[in-house]
Design a protein around this ligand. Structure first.
Ligand SMILES: Cc1cc2nc3c(=O)[nH]c(=O)nc-3n(C[C@H](O)[C@H](O)[C@H](O)COP(=O)(O)OP(=O)(O)OC[C@H]3O[C@@H](n4cnc5c(N)ncnc54)[C@H](O)[C@@H]3O)c2cc1C
Length: 372
């Protein structure tokens, strides 16, 4: 069959792209090298933060708003909850990039928020113990997404809208010819008018021209059994990102099955490759995360429940790549999500479908390939 579009890589972003393409009536094929979901890319580990007070750049705020609407639509389509609102805490010294950026996003976009000192934060949310010279921005609309459920929901809704999704099939190459694209896998050759590449940490392997702009980085997260679990339930403990002298830490309220989850932003800054990454978690990995719990969440510093590795795909400025390839406008790239992309999957799927199907749609300059 000749497809209107092929989506190469059906993880967090690709599942959303397949869904949005299929919903518009396009004949679409998603090709995934593993299953849906799986735990070898960037979109596993139960939960992902969604937040509006976007300290990285205020231009993300309208995109997060659109992402919320689309996540809620998807919940309606599949009939299961995907997004839990807990509020968000951005913490750090008053002059840190996180606090300045978070306040700037709130003020620029008129977001509800409160600025709390460390003592007020602990009174309000007693699981938190920030240093006296730190402050926190509380934004009540933030929360978290169930990551694997989101990917599966997009894939299932895409199939229901008529998409084909082929699993356990690695794409080994693609070419552009005669106004269309050809994708070769281990088993077959497929043709389409457009190609959307959402290969996550494998993006550099699939599009070598982008390799010099991308760094894959090994991450580790830790789940503990808190000493005082009642302080970390989702009604009393907002998700957080804290910018501290010991590093940036992010985390979530207690998951009844898994425990209290914490990660350290960029972890131990280990560059890696998705096919050879060390997926065994070491005492050094645990120590890096315990450091954050012991200092800032001492009542969560109980026994280890589990640990897991995951991958970031970083661009030099840590903004995304969502654009057509300059030499091949029939190929759309959505990648380089630099450790903060998951919340946007729903809206990135929509943007990728726009770029693939609508010649008049233009990319955002923040995500343009030619900025790199
Ligand atoms: C530990 C950790 C914590 C994070 N926390 C947050 C957070 O709190 N909030 C947030 O918004 N973001 C967060 N992120 C970032 C976010 O999870 C990622 O930006 C997002 O999941 C990237 O999705 P993706 O679709 O690009 O990658 P993936 O989900 O990995 O998808 C890529 C897919 O392409 C497939 N593929 C690749 N090559 C081929 C091929 N040749 N043939 C067939 N299939 C192929 C892969 O198998 C994979 O399924 C976090 C990331 C990590 C690792």
């Amino acid at each position: 069959m000749f497809y209107d579009a092929i989506v190469l890589g059906v993880g967090g972003m690709g599942s959303a792209a397949v869904y949005h393409l299929a919903r518009r009536g396009a004949r679409v094929l998603g090709i995934e090298q593993f299953g849906i979901p799986h735990d070898r890319g960037s979109s596993h580990g139960v939960s992902r933060i969604i937040r509006l007070a976007y300290w990285e750049h205020p231009d993300y705020v309208p995109l997060v708003r659109r992402a919320y609407d689309l996540w809620r639509d998807l919940e309606g389509s599949v009939g299961e909850p995907l997004l839990t609102v807990t509020g968000t805490i951005d913490g750090g010294p008053p002059d840190s990039r996180t606090i300045r950026g978070s306040l700037s996003a709130c003020r620029t976009h008129g977001l509800a928020h409160e600025l709390l000192d460390a003592a007020a934060l602990s009174r309000r949310f007693p699981g938190y113990r920030l240093p006296d010279d730190h402050v926190a921005v509380f934004q009540p609309e933030g929360g978290f997404l169930f990551a694997e459920r989101c990917t599966l929901a997009h894939a299932n809704a895409a199939r229901a809208a008529g998409a084909d999704v082929h699993l356990d099939q690695r794409a080994t190459g693609w070419t552009v010819a005669g106004g269309g694209v050809q994708v070769t896998t281990e088993r077959a050759r497929y043709h389409a008018a457009k190609l959307v590449i959402t290969a996550g940490p494998w993006l550099a392997a699939v599009v070598p021209a982008l390799a010099r702009h991308l760094t894959v980085e090994r991450q580790v997260v830790l789940w503990t059994r808190p000493l005082r679990p009642e302080l970390f339930t989702s009604d009393r403990f907002p998700v957080f990102y804290i910018d501290t002298p010991r590093g940036g830490f992010y985390g979530f309220p207690l998951d009844p099955a898994r425990g209290f989850k914490i990660g350290k932003y960029h972890h131990r800054r280990q560059r890696t490759d998705p096919d050879s990454v060390d997926r065994t978690c070491s005492p050094e990995d645990e120590a890096a995360l315990r450091d954050g719990i012991a200092h800032y969440f001492p009542d969560a510093n109980g026994p280890t429940a589990s640990m897991s590795t995951c991958l970031f795909t970083n661009t030099p400025d840590e903004h995304f790549i969502i654009d057509r390839l300059p030499d091949h406008p029939e190929v759309v790239i959505a990648g380089g999500f630099s450790g903060h992309g998951f919340k946007f999957c729903s809206v990135v799927g929509e943007m990728a479908a726009d770029l693939a199907l609508d010649p008049a749609s233009s990319r955002l300059s923040l995500f343009a390939i030619d900025r790199l």
